[in-house]
Design a protein around this ligand. Sequence first.
Ligand SMILES: Cc1ncc(COP(=O)(O)O)c(C=O)c1O
Length: 373
Amino acid sequence: MNIKTFGVERWMNTYENDAVYNLAETDAKPFTLEELVSIGDKNKVLNDMLKVKLSYNPTTGSKKLREVISGFYNDTSPENVLVTTGAIEADFLVTNSLVEPGDTVVVQFPAYQALYSTAEARGANVKYWKMDIDDNYEPDIEKLKNLIDDKTKLVVLNIPHNPTGAVISEQQLRTILSWAEEQGFWVLCDEVYHDFAINKGVIPPYGRSLSQKAISVGSMSKSYGLSGLRLGWIAGPTELINKCWSWKDYTSISNSPLNDFLAAFALINVDKVMKRNLQIARKNFRILMDWFEEHNNWFDYVKPKAGVLVFPRLKNIPFSTEELCKKLFYDKKLLMVPGECFEMPGYLRIGYGNNTEMFEKGLSIFSSFLKNL
Ligand SMILES: Cc1ncc(COP(=O)(O)O)c(C=O)c1O
């Protein structure tokens, strides 16, 4: 079984540690440990942390953490939750548990590669449900309907969407889930950007809250700015959770008990976490939209509806997007992700969830570069 090189992860790993202006990130400004514990009773949290036993954690995650996570979804108890090493493991476990060679898997495209390359490696016939910048990245569910066939095992959605910032509406999601119930396929809802509601009232409820055929994947990384905890989860029917658990025995056994403790603490205080993160992201969003307005001779772009990512198409630039990103990195220490990492040359992914000062400086460096072309 061969698996394709993970374009975006290799790109990030190659460049991000030396970038000074990192506009490639997909998460909220990361918390320091000090900042995180300070959103509660710092001394108590630190004392409790010192008592954490550094043994194996339960494979499914601590009862406390699973209770907190299950509270986010309707009709969901801790038995419906499996804690994983990031959403990346969650997506991997779900795909391996469900997909057999010859199955059809339909994936929203462009996409975070984990959402289709694992299925391809499993021998699935992967079909892309494409969203086009010329249609404002609007998901067209009639197009999706035409891709679903009688071998379809899984439809993979990412709401809000990496890299376009598109969102499937509640009505569209309900329609897709009704097809899943009628036809018997599963719907994997990767919802790692769910709380990044830059605009209010746009993001639909979690898939898991709407249907037994939906599997929701969440993460501490993106909306919460805690990627260093390497902690995510799957919420779904118990039978499916147990299947994924069987795979997890082989992939990671369990998460760190320290990270489980900190994740539970952060999620109990999710309102405070999100207040900070949304404040930064909304400010950066306005800066970015003004910047695009000023530079619209260089880009076609679609205002993201949610999340912290934008995926413009370049015009009038005399290099490939990969060359452009390499030039900006080597000459200016500015990092963005070229569309080549998404099989979409000519496009650029910019993340706007991080430190505002760094973000503004990065954009102004990009402006000067464009002016000198
Ligand atoms: C859609 C999507 N799913 C999953 C992941 C993996 O996230 P985690 O850090 O939780 O493993 C990412 C990371 O970029 C992502 O964009």
